[in-house]
Design a protein. Structure first.
Length: 368
């Protein structure tokens, strides 16, 4: 249905059936649209778990949006999600689509805040009948991150002022939405390192690390790149090499431009099972893909050494990013940035561990 016709139709519905109240403590989660041979039982199971977990994690009233057609909720366009929120009288809305992909499924969601006219990126996840619950919980966590009030940022003696081209770009600091450029005042934060991410529909998201010092104002100006076609924002645990349609596009996390349509995304890293999936790229939209890789070994240590660094284990130079070590004590030596550090670590009988190069500790890999 053309957008203009759909807008007129929705306007008619809004005029006749819009709900009263501010809806600030409610979110509409209508049944997602489907594409391909999607089992009705799979769809209903997913929606039931997803709605329950969203309600638990956000403390919002979840409305099923019985007035909203699956054709509308599957559009993954912010304007349509805003209409849905208005129609049901809620502040937040989720739209989504479940697709049949070979013998498995894929689901995409978009979250909007009608009160502040902001929207999330499209988040895309693959799942099977056996992982319906796991993926529903993961996507509910994405909704929680979007609707949660700003937290974890404490006021302090360091200052940060952010500008951008274009303006009215949503600013996230350590994953917390603090507002939009153009209306954002100077921020007072605790000294330390922060991750900035700027997002605006039609532009590639941009990420920066900033270090704030006591009594100093840091000025940051970020120029966003317009999207030509669509784009993929790919995040993985651990970091991996990424291929889009069999072409290497670098290491995760990264954002790359891609032509609209179905794209094959493949994640490869030594010591882990290769993961490949089909992703729907949409015109002028950012589709986020977040994956966790399964280790190919039952006992392994891996690490993420960036820049011109070297790692030796028991005097042997390492180059593959992982090692299958015997249980017991091993000496890890890290040479990076002109510094050399040595750690004696005990490898357990079984398990997969990440060697944290900053702390020198082994961390159990809980990514799968």
């Amino acid at each position: 249905m053309p957008k203009l016709v759909l807008a007129l139709f929705l306007s008619f519905l809004l005029f006749g059936q819009a709900q009263e109240g501010d809806g600030s403590n409610a979110i509409i989660v209508p049944t997602f649209g489907v594409r391909g041979e999607v089992s009705e039982q799979v769809l209903q199971d997913f929606m039931r778990i997803f709605r329950d977990v969203v309600a638990q994690r956000t403390n919002l009233e979840v409305k099923p949006g019985e007035l909203i057609s699956q054709g509308l909720t599957g559009s993954l366009e912010p304007d349509f999600a805003f209409f849905a929120a208005q129609l049901e009288g809620t502040r937040f809305a989720v739209s989504g689509e479940v697709r049949a992909v070979a013998e498995t499924y894929a689901v995409s969601i978009l979250v909007v805040d009608a009160q502040n006219q902001r929207s999330s990126d499209v988040v895309d996840e693959a799942f099977s009948v056996s992982t319906v619950s796991q993926v529903a919980v993961a996507l509910a966590a994405e909704v929680e991150r979007f609707v949660a009030p700003a937290q974890g940022l404490q006021e302090g003696s360091a200052s940060l002022f952010i500008t951008s081209q274009p303006s009215e770009v949503q600013v996230f600091i350590n994953d917390t939405n603090v507002g939009a450029t153009g209306t954002l005042d100077v921020l007072s934060l605790q000294p330390g390192s922060y991750t900035l991410e700027l997002r605006k529909e039609g532009y590639l998201p941009e990420t920066r690390r900033v270090a704030l010092k006591d009594g100093v104002t840091e000025f940051v100006n970020i120029v966003l790149t317009p999207i030509a076609g669509g784009s993929l924002q790919i995040i993985s645990t651990p970091n991996t090499e990424i291929f889009v349609d069999d072409v290497s596009v670098g290491m995760s996390p990264t954002t790359v431009q891609a032509l609209p349509g179905e794209r094959e995304v493949r994640l490869q890293r030594p010591g882990f099972e290769t993961l490949s999936r089909e992703v729907q790229v949409r015109e002028s939209r950012v589709t986020r893909v977040e994956e966790k890789l399964e280790p190919s070994l039952g006992r392994m240590v891996f690490w993420e050494l960036t820049g011109a660094g070297l790692l030796t284990i028991d005097g042997v130079l390492q180059s593959g990013g992982y090692a299958e070590l015997s249980p017991g004590n091993h000496v890890f030596e890290v040479r990076q940035g002109g510094e050399q550090r040595s750690f004696t670590l005990t490898i357990p009988e079984t398990g997969v561990y990440r060697f944290n190069l900053e702390t020198g500790f082994l961390e159990p890999y809980l990514g799968f």
